[in-house]
Unconditional design. Structure first.
Length: 246
C-alpha cells in the first residue's frame, strides 16, 4: 500500500473565532457582509455614546416604542407643571388687585378675567343698567366711561377695552349674574362704598331718560335692576335709593 503524507492542516483564519470560544463583542474585524444577521457585530460604533449603552438605532422596535412613550410622558409632566404654575401666577396677580382675596380671585379667574380687566369689574353693573332698555344710548355710554376715568381706568387699557366691548355687545347674562353676586366683595376689596356705586348707576340710568329733560328719567327696568343691585351690595342702601327714585 502506498502511504501518502498527511494532508496539511488548514491555516486558522485570524479573523474568525475558534469553535467553542466566545467572540470578543468589541471585535469588528469582519466585514459587514460576513457578520451574522442580528449579531452585535452588525452594529456600527456610535461616536460619543456611553460605553455599555445602546443608541436609539440599536434598539429593537419594542424597546424603541417604550422609550418614546416614556419621553412623551416626561414631556407631559413638564407641560402640566408649567401650565399649573402659569394659572397660579394669574390667580395671584388677580388677588393682588383685590387686597389678597384668594377665593374671590379664584372665582374671577374661573370666569376668564385677569389682573388687567379686574379694575373694571365693579363698574359692570353700570353697563347692565345701560342695557336695561335693550339698547345703550350715546349719553349712557359716555356716562359709564366718565365714571371709569374717575376710577383711574385709562383709555386704551384692557379694563377700558372691556367696558367698551360690553357697551357695544351685551355681556353674557350668566357672567353678568355671577359678577352681580360678587359686587359686594369687589367693592370691599377695592375699598369702595356701596352707595357710591348705586349713585353711579342712577347717573347712568338718568343720562338719557325722560322726554326733553322732563319726566322720570329712570325707566321701570332700570329702577328694578338698580334696586336689585342695591340689595346685593348693601340692603341699607335700598331705603335711600327708594327716596331718591320717588
Amino acid at each position: 500500500m502506498l502511504l501518502l503524507p498527511p494532508a496539511p492542516m488548514p491555516q486558522a483564519d485570524a479573523r474568525l473565532p475558534l469553535a467553542g470560544c466566545i467572540p470578543n463583542p468589541d471585535t469588528t474585524a469582519l466585514p459587514v457582509w460576513r457578520r451574522p444577521a442580528g449579531s452585535v457585530y452588525n452594529r456600527q460604533p456610535y461616536v460619543g455614546a456611553e460605553k455599555g449603552k445602546l443608541t436609539m438605532s440599536q434598539l429593537n422596535p419594542e424597546e424603541l416604542y417604550f422609550q418614546e412613550k416614556e419621553a412623551q410622558l416626561r414631556k407631559k409632566i413638564r407641560e402640566d407643571l408649567e401650565a399649573k404654575a402659569k394659572v397660579a401666577a394669574r390667580r395671584q396677580a388677580i388677588a393682588s388687585q383685590l387686597g389678597g382675596n384668594e377665593p374671590l380671585a379664584q372665582r374671577l379667574h374661573d370666569l376668564g378675567f385677569d389682573a388687567d380687566t379686574v379694575p373694571a369689574l365693579h363698574l359692570l353693573p353700570l353697563v347692565a343698567v345701560a342695557w336695561a332698555d335693550d339698547k345703550v344710548t350715546a349719553r349712557e355710554r359716555q356716562a359709564v366711561l366718565q365714571v371709569a376715568k374717575l376710577h383711574n381706568i385709562q383709555p386704551g387699557s384692557r379694563a377700558w377695552l372691556l367696558l367698551e366691548s360690553v357697551l357695544e355687545q351685551r355681556l353674557d347674562p350668566e357672567v353678568g349674574r355671577q359678577v352681580l353676586h360678587m359686587v359686594h366683595d369687589l367693592l370691599a376689596a377695592r375699598g369702595l362704598h356701596p352707595q357710591s356705586l348705586v349713585e353711579a348707576c342712577l347717573d347712568v340710568a338718568s343720562a338719557s331718560g325722560g322726554v326733553l329733560g322732563l319726566g322720570n328719567k329712570v325707566s321701570p327696568q332700570e329702577r328694578a335692576l338698580i334696586e336689585s343691585l342695591a340689595s346685593h351690595v348693601d340692603p341699607r342702601v335700598v331705603d335711600k335709593l327708594v327716596q331718591k327714585l320717588q
